[in-house]
Design a protein around this ligand. Structure first.
Ligand SMILES: Cc1cc2nc3c(=O)[nH]c(=O)nc-3n(C[C@H](O)[C@H](O)[C@H](O)COP(=O)(O)O)c2cc1C
Length: 189
């Protein structure tokens, strides 16, 4: 069974990432064609990148890197749940991505973004650029949640009905591509 990590892209004390990621998880776990796990970057207590060598070499010196590496390596695909910070993804998520290298390779990824007028679209586009370098196959369908239209008074999460369908479409593509890449992952492992 394909294993998909739902990665929460915000580590702020009061964040929307947890409620949004839990909503995605609730929709995802109704499916029987993949297994899903919520991954909270915060739990891994990653400092700003502190490994002496680039992750390209895979020689990690810190336990926090080894623990993060094992978790990310265990998945076949990912869904990144990302806020938009200054027209980009969060520094915390970019830092967590930069910690690793081959663990990301030949996996599929989809995105759930959230933010103001652009509904997280710029954060998602930014992530697509970063993940291309890590040989992650990013799917076309994405979910864009607007603080204006999917949150009441910019605070209480009330996604419009069509957003659930958008999650399903994105997951369909992530599962299809995650499965299609499996022979390649097995060949390289
Ligand atoms: C540092 C920072 C920068 C932000 N920049 C943008 C932005 O460029 N575009 C946007 O639509 N929203 C922006 N926002 C609004 C966030 O998308 C919104 O606060 C969201 O809830 C943040 O996610 P989080 O609560 O899970 O951390 C920004 C918020 C923060 C904290």
């Amino acid at each position: 069974m394909l294993k998909i990590g739902l990665i929460m892209g915000s580590t702020r004390p009061i964040r929307k990432a947890d409620i949004v990621a839990k909503w995605v998880h609730d929709i995802a776990r109704r499916r029987s064609d993949a297994e899903f796990e919520l991954v909270d970057i915060k739990d891994f207590k990653l400092p700003l990148l502190d490994e002496p060598l680039s992750a390209v070499f895979g020689q990690y010196t810190h336990q926090h890197t080894k623990t993060w590496s094992a978790k990310i390596a265990s998945f076949d695909a990912y869904v990144f749940v990302t806020p938009e910070y200054n027209h980009s993804t969060s520094g915390a998520l970019k830092n967590a991505i930069d910690f690793l290298h081959s663990e990301w390779h030949n996996k599929a990824a989809g995105f759930v973004g959230y933010g103001g007028a652009a509904a997280g679209a710029r954060a998602i586009e930014n992530l697509r650029l970063v993940l291309g370098e890590l040989q992650v196959a990013d799917v076309r369908a994405h979910v864009g949640l607007s603080l204006f239209d999917d949150f009441e008074s910019f605070t209480t999460f009330k996604p419009r009905p069509q957003q659930e369908k958008a999650v399903e479409s994105m997951l369909d593509q992530v599962i299809a591509w995650g499965s299609a890449l499996k022979p390649l992952r097995e060949k390289i492992a």
